[in-house]
Ligand binder design. Structure first.
Ligand code: FES
Length: 103
């Protein structure tokens, strides 16, 4: 698995390498990325794992269903916003750049 780069809530960039994490939220939490509080633990009910996907937009699908409904309540939602707990990690995410947003 390759590198996934997070830009934290303070604008600091950090490269991470997934090991056994299932989704981007877990990867961020395990790497102490500032701004990912993940209060609901990944149940898609808090939006405190809000991120914006900065590249690979042809591979990463846009939010749908419950995730999209929750994102609609987030004031700083952008076109490429996702809840990081809903983005599953696989080899296609190599070189992904993820920008953390506050909920
Ligand atoms: S951790 Fe709560 S919605 Fe993602």
């Amino acid at each position: 698995m390759g590198i996934i780069t997070f830009i934290d809530i303070n604008g600091q960039s950090k490269e991470t390498i997934p090991t056994n994490e299932v989704n981007l939220m877990q990867l961020a939490v395990n790497n102490n990325i500032l701004g990912i509080d993940a209060e609901c633990g990944g149940c898609c009910s808090c939006a405190t794992c809000h991120v914006v996907i900065n590249n690979k937009l042809d591979i990463i699908p846009k939010a749908q269903g419950d995730e999209l409904e929750l994102l609609n309540f987030v004031p700083n939602k952008e076109d490429n916003s996702r809840l990081s707990c809903q983005v599953l990690i696989d080899e296609t995410l190599n070189d992904l750049i993820v920008e953390v947003k506050s909920a």
